[in-house]
Design a protein around this ligand. Sequence first.
Ligand SMILES: Nc1nc2c(ncn2[C@@H]2O[C@H](COP(=O)(O)OP(=O)(O)OP(=O)(O)O)[C@@H](O)[C@H]2O)c(=O)[nH]1
Ligand SMILES: [Mg+2]
Length: 322
Amino acid sequence: VPSPPASDAAALLAAGRGGDKAAVARLLSLVERGGDDARAVGRLVHGAGGHAHTVGVTGSPGAGKSTLVARLVGTLRRAGERVGVLAIDPTSPFSGGAILGDRVRMDDHVLDDRVFIRSMASRGHLGGLAVAAPAAVRVLDATGHDRVLLETVGVGQVEIEVAGAADTTVVVVTPGWGDGVQAAKAGIIEIADVFVVNKADRAGFDQARRDLDQVLDLTGPGRDGGWRPPVLATVATTGAGVDELVGAIDDHRAQLTVSGELERRRQARLADELVRLVAAGVDARVLDATRGAAWAAATAGVTDRTVDPWTAADTLIAQLLR
Ligand SMILES: Nc1nc2c(ncn2[C@@H]2O[C@H](COP(=O)(O)OP(=O)(O)OP(=O)(O)O)[C@@H](O)[C@H]2O)c(=O)[nH]1
Ligand SMILES: [Mg+2]
């Protein structure tokens, strides 16, 4: 059965919910492209979402995030879940065939009807990744995925923010990952709900674990009071420790639900998203206005020093808001 046309967002959503992966892909493309179609899809999926548990997986380049995500998908699938994976690729743009930068690891899952995998470029979205990623996650949520895994490289403020905006955030480190204080500075400690020392088959594993425990002792409880982020060990290449990781992720979800933190986090996230959307819209209008006569006049006034920049800005803002 061919998927519904792009013009019919409601039919695409229904098909996506029914398990049509091509329909899910088309919805994501529409959302990524922006414009009126993206709005139509966004409106629909916002109303239909809120059921998926979103899990961010972040950590330094090469820490084994993708290998771990593929393992998580395997465990979750065995438990009967429908799983969506969104990999934010920091360097290469999205291309139909590129899957987590490595076809081999995800190959088994690509053929699975109940696993949907998409990679997404981190640059080139209207309003930036912080707007584009939540929109894509929402599509996967609304099309009935029980779990949405979001892989981002833990370098760059936006990538860290995006992973931290999940319900549960897993931070992956490796033996010899370096100074815990550095990680704290990079903002990666604050977003962690679960720590994983991957590549536990390598020397230095104990040291890495001790480092993390020390940092956690210093920083106090995690970002929601009652939960101290556990520090787990995995060997993603063999799958060792992955079941325990899924256990910790589920424990965290249970804790979020019981404490009411899940609702609080989702609320805060939507509020943030709203701010970003408004800011992006205002930015676009500002950019437009710079081409106008009033702007040229204000610039001239500031340049010949008859007007100070603050007064000129106030005038332009007043005009913009009118
Ligand atoms: N020895 C060992 N190697 C591992 C382990 N996990 C992953 N690797 C290897 O580490 C390399 C990087 O793994 P990826 O899963 O691509 O790491 P990543 O964090 O997704 O990398 P980027 O997305 O490029 O940042 C690959 O060669 C993996 O086979 C592990 O537990 N032990
Ligand atoms: Mg990767």
